[in-house]
Design a binder for this molecule. Structure first.
Ligand SMILES: C[S@@+](CC[C@H](N)C(=O)[O-])C[C@H]1O[C@@H](n2cnc3c(N)ncnc32)[C@H](O)[C@@H]1O
Length: 265
């Protein structure tokens, strides 16, 4: 394997916490004692240890304790596939993920640009950096049984923490720009000229629709749209299907794994 691909392989394993058994498990600061929920003091958590399930991690089916992305290895491979096609074919534009959690997928995008010697593209990192919003009326109408994760502390990762995560991988520099806030506020006014890769991972109907509405028209011909939650979140799938129908998008949807899909513009 060429050296650059060895780096990317290791980067994907590190970002998805696929290397160590210690990374498997789930931490909680709330435990049940005699049927009563007790909240542990700040800085104290109960960790339920499980041996690493390589298959679940590869498919992004579990939530890693220490990982920087919950997308899993197959979806990281998909980002690599799309970005290599973009670079080989000279498709103009930047890269964005809307919904980044700890930043892992965008750290991988920046690592790929570094490994391929690309200096003229920016990775945009868009998130509230305070977790998911409560489901709106539209989410409730379209989301069926989609869960409300707005109070889930595990999903709330601050801007400073995500920047620190980039820094730890040596990948925080001027080619990374952050858009902090709700998508409906940040994305329409974002100073992005053109995109080659639009990766949607905001789970909800409204988050998916807000991102598509603000950014899809900026994706260059030959660029890619990846939808992480297409099969996992009913509201997300409905937003994508509605948007494609309304805008006459006929490009075939390609399956990545059990939930993620992509199409080429
Ligand atoms: C499932 S996580 C993203 C996982 C991440 N892509 C990864 O690789 O692990 C969903 C993220 O979307 C963000 N999010 C969802 N809806 C949003 C909205 N409307 N505006 C801003 N951020 C949103 C949440 O804060 C959360 O970080």
């Amino acid at each position: 394997m060429p050296e650059a691909d060895l780096y990317l392989d290791l980067l994907k394993k590190a970002l998805t916490a696929s290397l160590y058994d210690e990374s498997a498990g789930h931490a909680s600061n709330r435990i049940k004692v005699n049927n009563e929920v007790v909240t542990l003091p700040p800085g104290v958590a109960l960790v339920q240890y499980r041996p690493l399930d390589q298959m679940a991690r590869a498919e992004g089916r579990d939530w890693p304790l220490f990982g920087f992305s919950m997308a899993g290895l197959r979806r990281m491979d998909n980002i690599q596939f799309c970005l290599d096609r973009i670079l080989e074919d000279g498709v103009p534009g930047d890269l964005i993920e809307t919904g980044v959690w700890r930043g892992g997928a965008t750290i991988f995008m920046r690592g790929m640009l570094a490994s391929r010697g690309v200096t003229d593209r920016t990775v945009w990192v868009a998130d509230s950096f305070e977790g998911l919003p409560p489901p709106s009326a539209g989410d409730l109408a379209h989301g069926g049984k989609d869960p409300d994760h707005s109070q889930e502390a595990y999903l709330k990762v601050s801007l400073e923490q995500v920047q620190e995560n980039f820094r730890r991988f040596g990948l925080l520099d001027g080619q990374v720009r952050f858009l902090k806030g709700w998508f409906r506020d940040t994305l329409p006014a974002a100073p992005i000229e053109r995109l080659a890769l639009l990766r949607l991972d905001g789970d909800l109907y409204s988050s998916t629709m807000d991102a598509l509405g603000a950014l899809y028209h900026k994706v260059s011909p030959g660029g890619f749209v990846i939808v992480d939650d297409y099969h996992a979140w009913e509201g997300c799938r409905k937003a994508v299907d509605e948007f494609r129908a309304a805008h006459g998008v006929a490009a075939p949807i390609v399956q990545v794994d059990w939930t993620a899909v992509y199409w080429r513009v």
